[in-house]
Design a protein around this ligand. Sequence first.
Ligand SMILES: Cc1ncc(COP(=O)(O)O)c(C=O)c1O
Length: 387
Amino acid sequence: MSHYQHIGSALIHGGISNDPRTGAVNVPIYQTSTYQQDGLGKMRAGYEYTRTGNPTREALEALIAELEGGTHGFAFASGMAALTAVLSLLHAGDRILISSNVYGGTFRLLAQVFDHFNITYRIADTTDDAAYEAAITEDVKAVVIESPANPLMTVTDIRRIAEISHRHDLLVIVDNTFMTPYLQRPLTLGADIVVHSATKYLGGHSDVVSGLAVVKDDALASQIAFIQNSTGGVLPPFDSFLLIRGIKTLGVRMDRHVENAMKAAAFLKANPAVKAVYYPGLEDDPGYAVNKGQAKNGGVMISFELHENYDIRTFFENLQLVMLAESLGGVESLVCHPSTMTHASIPAEIRKQVGITDGLIRLSVGIEDIEDILADLAQAIEKSEVK
Ligand SMILES: Cc1ncc(COP(=O)(O)O)c(C=O)c1O
């Protein structure tokens, strides 16, 4: 960062932020699958085929690398494609630890796909150093953490887990989807690889499915580049452009998202119909102190449960502004029901074991006027009371 010091400027000017050839202030969409060569082995600008390299995608990859404090970024067709590429670093016989809360799709990828290749997983309590270290057996080669984790917002001390993991030569992979580099930069806390569902806050407008991975080590970077090109789940040029565009406003969006989330969490906490609120931005949340030590604030995602005399189906059906939908991170407020939606692919007994109850509601607080969000939640809660 030479001509700027702060991340808000890097969001706009980072990576390859314009077109040196024409002066266009936006990176052009290089909508091409291939590139003409002047002779055998004579490429004009180093590009041969878009799966292998594309200038629009490269601009995005340079941008996310800079924002996360890494050296190399990789853009994929979805968050799951990013994670699949990263986990493809492992070999048959290796085991991966996952924190007890992770996105349901991450669990499914390990339990039902990587399992075919004899790459197995074990759930570990990454909030407890001793329990975590005890879960590291000889075959464990990597750990996947989310902090705050989807959907219970459990906070893991990334520095501590990185320290313990590195003593055992584990690769530390952090899914930073919920926080984004604007709020938390896991590579600077000791992680080896950051992955994102960029579909969420980075894109920010619920209009592009995309994934990113970032590393700070050259050897790891060349392995992931090789896997990215070999497995081919790359992000198309137009979608890369949309993400660059979304990232420019990440700072202003996140500031407003978080301001709204703090108010929504306080509102839920004070509402007598609400049994529990999970949000590390609240001072009495068990993850508050650790989160404060590694992130700018508590982020945007909130989960909560209503008391037993409230019917959650009625609650969801009565929402008018806040939409019931999978996903999160867009400008609009979204709610979901983890046990039947985002985390349905986790077997019921494991959901129960890790605390994902059938009454859990997950809220992605949008950037609408907070008064309208709160009024909508209040009326839907009121109507859902079973009298
Ligand atoms: C924390 C987290 N990681 C990864 C993913 C998967 O990303 P995608 O849907 O872009 O494949 C999601 C999706 O909801 C998520 O919430």
